[in-house]
Design a protein around this ligand. Sequence first.
Ligand SMILES: Nc1ncnc2c1ncn2[C@@H]1O[C@H](COP(=O)(O)OP(=O)(O)OP(=O)(O)O)[C@@H](O)[C@H]1O
Ligand SMILES: [Mg+2]
Length: 445
Amino acid sequence: MAQEGAPKLSVRGLWKVFGHESTGGIVPDEIANKSKEDMREDDGAVLALKDVSFDVNEGETFVVMGLSGSGKSTLVRTLVRLIEPSYGQIIVDGDDILQYSEKELVDFRRRKTSMVFQHFGLLPHRSVLENAAWGLEVQNIPKAKRLQIARETLDLVGLSGWEDYRPGALSGGMQQRVGLARAIAADADILLMDEPFSGLDPLIRRDMQGELIRLQEHLHKTLIFITHDLAEALKLGTHIAIMRDGVVIQIGTGEEILEAPADDYVAEFVQDVRRTTVVTVRTIMDQPDLKLRQSTTPAVAMREMGQAGVVSAFVCDEEDHYLGMVSFNGAAEAKQRGDATIADAITVDEYPTLPADTSVESALPVVLEHHNEGALAVTDEEGVLVGTLLPSSVVGAMAQEAQDATDHREASAASLEASHADDQEEADGDGDSEAVDPREGMEVS
Ligand SMILES: Nc1ncnc2c1ncn2[C@@H]1O[C@H](COP(=O)(O)OP(=O)(O)OP(=O)(O)O)[C@@H](O)[C@H]1O
Ligand SMILES: [Mg+2]
């Protein structure tokens, strides 16, 4: 069994060399130190995964991103041993699945994992309903039961009414919904998706991304999602691993990757992303000037506000859960009423809270609407007050981004101009040499 708090899935030092026998054990030096090119030149072997390690937590969406040929499909297939890795460990719920017997492996694939493929992989001669029930069929779930589950799952992905059609009668986006339904119906803990949306039109693709986010909010599956699209990775991933030539070159949250790209390759990927769509308010928030407990007496609240030089303060319970604001006047009235605490002076309505993972861009309309109230409370998933947000911080971050974009455009324009000038000079140079009479300086015989 997995230990409490241990990752759902841990990959350690995973290698795949196509064209070599799978040997297991320690990676020999002659492989460890060889580049992909050298290996190919020496014996035609392809180094597809090189010393890959990462952890995936239960219930998260872990995205693997990289260009074509970087090893993403190889990686996701080795995770269920559809491709046997050459070296390394794959630990799922505490078991090294590379040690599994054939029977254990079949069981693992059927019950613990489910795959969604780029080209849907549906059975063309079976109905949508039977396709959705497929994962349960291979688990030998009785027919009535599996069809009932499949029906419910199709409803979940918005395909009620399509049960009796063949997949071919459905659009690409709908077929991929069947693919999703099949994976979800199987009730596996881990869903593996290899570029499931890259065959879809951009608008349908965006729909499907939204659909997956919605489903994941209530399913909390452990999801490993492959894509070559950074925008998709940022939208879906709780963590993102970036691969190049079989190597994982960076792992982090979208925000971490945008803020500190590991190298030029990653920087190139992220340069066109609008940061404010990804950077969260957690990054730009401040600490509250004054935080009061609801058990505070009105007199103490007034004194503390006076000392801090503020006219209102955030109020929390004993565990720091955010309750609302109290104004100096509110505290004064409570004192006059003879209240023992400020609890009845707390106002909540006009002070919305912002979840700490709200993007800066999504926070903008909220702070603009409430700019008269000053700083807004920023809370975590448990409702604990973690910071405060000033409208000026949000507007400042947006303005900075606009400025950076302008600078970037001007810099590109300048470098373009410079290279034009170079071309021109070269062209002029040629012209000059042509203008010179080639016979000049020659001895005329
Ligand atoms: N069966 C195989 N035999 C030999 N080489 C292979 C095999 N499968 C993949 N490769 C090679 O391994 C490398 C990684 O391929 P992989 O399919 O994992 O990349 P990918 O990131 O999924 O690319 P794409 O975005 O095009 O799907 C490539 O160089 C590929 O040519
Ligand atoms: Mg692939």
